[in-house]
Design a protein around this ligand. Structure first.
Ligand code: ZN
Length: 462
């Protein structure tokens, strides 16, 4: 036995087991993410979104963007950022810009409630912890690093790629609305804060969802007023009883079952994974959304009720002013999640009809939401996303989805711009802490995110 043999074997082993050097883009994404988490980009006093935007601009300019192509626009205590990656203007189907959207702001995080400081990035056991680690400084960092990497490699897209980072997505969405006004002629929008892949608890990929639609959020306030009086002399007309009867009627009302191209595709994918009995129910519903039995079964399950049509539910009540007085006022809030294509006013009219009592006033509250139509399932988008996803996980189904929550896409869809939620991250349910405590994301998503973005952008920006 000779020492050189062992030395050589040991050296070879060391080469194999040493971690591969991270690519320049990967290292930059991690740096952006660590520094990004440190900005307390929370709405209200001390909001550091403008400072975070200034930092991102400095990185983009250092990475090859012209100073004049990265604009920061201040709005109230926040700001939005527009960065234009100039193309040749020779894209096949015209040179309308490809928009990419994300948001720089994060949900409030109270350091006292967290195990680690939410505004200091902490890397532990392969995860990065911090507010925004998932939602969504991770995705901003990998996207910015990808754009700079594309610049470095000399890539010239056929159309302009415009990165739009909003500054109040988690609250008022005024910056998003302002940006949507500026790009009425865009080809499409890719929202990197929606959609994405799922992993089961063993780490095996399940599906990848493309958000092509979202329900409209709406609040309706029901008010009954009454002259009131002494509770020792009750009358038939009573504000609390009138409101209670109105709410009971709304509870009993079932909005019609609805299916569109997006939800049909999601249901068909769900049926493939479901038990035979469940699959039969889904197929009956898709064939006839008014099939009362199938509709009732799907509406009995919180996991599927939101996908079956418009839903409304009472969320708050307030009534009376003294324990010994007849109520002079009773109000309730009814929160609705409206199926795309149905106007907010139409739902208000339906509620008024269901209640059938002119003493109950129903008014739509301004919740900062707008109705938005479902985006068409464009073959070019489906193909580009499927290719990018399946390069990593061959055979994983890519399924269109309707989101029950509001996103920046709403403002662009409302302007007629097809918008798709296409975040590259594959996550386990047990790693989902967006908006919650100890938000974290595995660092292992950084490299695949960059590869995915490169594939998607080169395909769609030509
Ligand atoms: Zn988000």
């Amino acid at each position: 036995m000779s020492m050189p043999f062992f030395a050589a074997a040991a050296a070879a082993l060391a080469l194999v087991s040493a971690p591969l050097p991270a690519s320049q883009a990967e290292a930059q994404a991690l740096e952006l993410l660590k520094r990004g988490i440190a900005y307390r980009s929370v709405a209200g006093p001390g909001n550091q979104t403008p400072a975070y935007a200034a930092y991102l601009k400095s990185v983009l300019v250092a990475g090859g963007f012209a100073d004049g192509d990265v604009e920061i626009v201040a709005m109230g205590d926040t700001a939005y950022l527009v960065a234009r990656y100039r193309g040749t203007g020779k894209a096949k189907n015209g040179a309308k810009p490809l928009l990419i959207s994300g948001h720089m702001d994060v949900v409030e995080a109270k350091p006292a409630d967290w195990t680690r400081d939410p505004f200091t990035a902490v890397v532990e056991n392969g995860y990065i912890f911090g507010r925004g680690a998932t939602d969504m400084k991770y995705d901003i960092s990998t996207m910015v690093a990808t754009l700079i990497d594309l610049k470095r490699s000399g890539f010239r897209p056929g159309r302009d790629i415009v990165l739009l980072l909003s500054g109040d997505e988690e609250t008022a969405m005024k910056t998003t609305a302002a940006m949507a006004d500026r790009f009425p002629d865009a080809e499409m929008l890719l929202n990197i804060d929606g959609g994405g892949g799922g992993l089961d608890e063993a780490g095996k990929p399940t599906t990848f969802g493309i958000d092509g639609a979202e329900k409209t959020y709406a609040d309706y306030e029901l008010t009954v007023t009454n002259a009131g009086g002494h509770s020792s002399a009750p009358r038939k007309d009573n504000a609390i009883y009138a409101l209670a009867h109105a709410l009971a009627k709304i509870e009993a009302h079932s909005f019609p079952g609805q299916v569109d191209a997006i939800t049909r595709a999601s249901w068909e994918a769900a049926a493939k994974e479901a038990t035979p009995e469940r699959a039969a129910v889904i197929r009956r519903f898709v064939a006839n959304p008014q099939d009362a039995e199938a509709l009732a079964l799907l509406r009995g399950d919180p996991a599927t009720v939101g996908q079956t049509g418009t839903t409304c539910v009472a969320t708050m009540v307030s009534a009376g002013h003294a324990t010994n007085a007849l109520p002079q006022r009773a109000t309730a809030n009814v929160n609705c999640r409206i199926f795309p294509g149905t106007p907010v006013e139409a739902v208000r009219a339906t509620l008024a009809q269901v209640v059938g009592d002119p003493t109950v006033q129903i008014r739509t509250l301004d919740s900062g939401s707008v109705a938005s139509p479902a985006s068409p399932l464009r073959p070019d988008v489906m193909q580009a996303v499927t290719k990018a996803v399946q390069a990593r996980f061959p055979g994983v189904p890519v399924v269109p989805a309707m989101s029950a929550g509001a996103s920046d896409s709403m403002w662009f869809r409302a302007k007629g711009i097809p918008s798709y939620g296409v975040s590259p991250k594959f996550m386990k349910d047990s790693d989902s802490f967006s908006h919650g405590l100890n938000e974290r994301t595995p660092l292992s998503e950084i490299a695949p995110s960059i590869t995915y973005y490169r594939s998607l952008l080169t395909a769609l920006a030509g």
